[in-house]
Design a protein around this ligand. Structure first.
Ligand code: ATP
Ligand code: MN
Length: 462
């Protein structure tokens, strides 16, 4: 079907031009014998105004053209006398593909709550809010590739089905083709996964990092960008059971390089959103006030504050804030602590480094103090942790020691240790939760509102 996109018409159209557009009716009103339709085709935040005078044959068809109807119109593009829009279309022909019964169509003109819209996940992308969010999501996804490709990183595809159960990043979903109503058992009563599809227990991946490491140790700088799964029962506004993660991994790099990459990356992403998503951000700023152009501009330029875990604990200990969870050297930072640092102390993003080894994964490089590891978390206001990264332990003896201490079965991990046996080198990387990024940039409070089909405990639709 030959059609122009509203986005292109509004940016490159010329008055006097004949155009054909397709889309969904947002609103329809009549005034002094003229019908006005605001048409949206999803390509942009803006709608295109269609003008249909009573005398036009198209006018008769409008009885079957309610809010939500899908239509195709042809007409003349004209400069609009109305404020706030450059063009309108004087319609000569209209074809109505499908009307939407006003008594049943849930998206009426009045605003709907985000909770209500979550219940109609298949229709919510038609709203201004979700149109904005999903377009910003697209801008960010493209920018991720632009950033890494422009720096010579190679995009690698790590598996979604994995046999590594030791990444320590959270609970795993087992995937199986065993008959659930009669599971084969071993002599000691456990499920006998040797009879399963892969001959052993397999899971949905919680991170592509371990595989990205062997690719970095051969291709140099690499990144993954794909779905990740966690079976933890976290019913929060920042956890999903299925989310997308971006994981760069760099050979010949240390923690400092890693932090610099994270900062440059974050700055680049914010800049791209400002350049390509200005009308979406303007809309979200106006309606929700949780994001702003000024804030994003600030974010796209300001260097991040760095603080060590030890100093962060000191900062928290001297605060007068009543925290629910205890603050003590050796304990992990809870979300309330993270937000205190970003929202109250530093009023912006903060990188916390050098966490105690006991609370971090076995693969993070042991610091000379032998108490902390070369880890870094990027914390941002309102959300908390958005990036978790580290320099990886490249010394065979130290890594083996830490794996034994963490009770990780070495026999399954010889391939990982091989990377330290053969041509080992310093390397570092991080994981950025893509939905947390979209959440942060758009200012949406709930992570379930930045992914088309959110999966969370007790929540799955479609
Ligand atoms: P948190 O402490 O917030 O649960 P984590 O420390 O378990 O996160 P990592 O294993 O370090 O997370 O994962 C790297 C990044 O992936 C995090 O910084 C975050 O942005 C994102 N992430 C982790 N878990 C989730 C989740 N359940 N839903 C959405 N994003 C997540
Ligand atoms: Mn983390």
């Amino acid at each position: 079907m030959q059609r122009s996109r509203i986005k292109n018409i509004l940016s490159d159209g010329n008055a006097g031009q004949s155009i054909t557009v397709c889309g969904w009716v947002r609103t329809r009103r009549e005034s002094k014998g003229i019908a006005f339709i605001a048409l949206s085709d999803g390509s942009t935040q803006d709608t295109l105004q269609l003008v249909i005078p009573e005398a036009a044959p198209a006018f008769q068809k409008l009885t079957h053209c309610n809010t939500g109807a899908a239509v195709k119109v042809t007409g003349l593009l004209k400069e609009s006398p109305a404020q706030g829009q450059k063009f309108e279309v004087e319609v000569s022909e209209i074809e109505i593909f499908g009307d939407a019964d006003p008594a049943a169509y849930p998206l009426q003109k009045k605003g709907h709550t985000l909770e209500f819209l979550r219940e109609i996940g298949h229709l919510r992308p038609r709203t201004n809010t979700f149109g904005a969010v999903f377009r910003v999501r697209n801008i960010l996804a493209k920018a991720v590739h632009e950033f890494f490709q422009s720096r010579g990183f190679i995009w690698v595809h790590t598996p979604i089905i994995t046999a590594s159960d030791c990444e320590g990043a959270g609970d795993l979903f087992t995937i199986t083709s065993l008959p659930l109503e009669r599971l084969p058992a071993t002599a000691d009563g456990a499920v006998d996964f040797s009879q399963d599809f892969f001959g052993k227990q397999a899971y949905l991946t919680v991170s592509g990092q371990l595989e990205a490491e062997f690719l970095a140790m051969s291709l140099g700088d690499v990144y993954t960008f794909g779905p990740t799964f966690r079976a933890e029962n976290s019913n929060t506004s920042r956890h999903l059971s299925e989310f997308w993660m971006i994981e760069p991994e760099m050979a010949f790099a240390d923690l400092k390089d890693d932090m610099q990459l994270a900062e440059d990356f974050f700055h680049f992403l914010c800049r791209r959103v400002l350049e390509k998503g200005d009308s979406e951000i303007a809309f979200l700023e106006k309606f929700y006030k949780n994001t702003s152009v000024t804030e994003l501009r600030d974010l796209s330029e300001k260097p991040f504050v760095h603080i060590s875990y030890t100093d962060a604990i000191e900062e928290l200990e001297k605060s007068k804030e009543k925290f629910e969870f205890p603050v003590k050297w050796g304990l992990d930072l809870q979300s309330e602590h993270e937000r205190y640092l970003t929202d109250k102390v530093f009023k912006g993003p903060v990188i916390v480094t050098d966490y105690p080894k006991e609370i971090k994964a076995f693969y993070m490089r042991l610091n000379p103090d032998e108490k902390t590891v070369a880890a870094m978390d990027l914390l941002v206001p309102k959300i908390g942790e958005i990036i978790g990264g580290s320099q990886r332990e490249e010394r065979l003896d130290v890594l083996t020691e830490r794996m034994l201490h963490a009770e990780i079965p070495l026999e399954n991990m010889q391939w990982y240790l091989d990377l330290r046996r053969f041509g080992s080198a310093p390397h570092a990387g991080f994981g950025l939760g893509f939905e947390r990024l979209v959440q942060y940039v758009t200012g949406m409070h709930n992570i379930r509102d930045v992914i088309p089909c959110p999966r969370a405990p007790q929540t799955i639709k479609f």
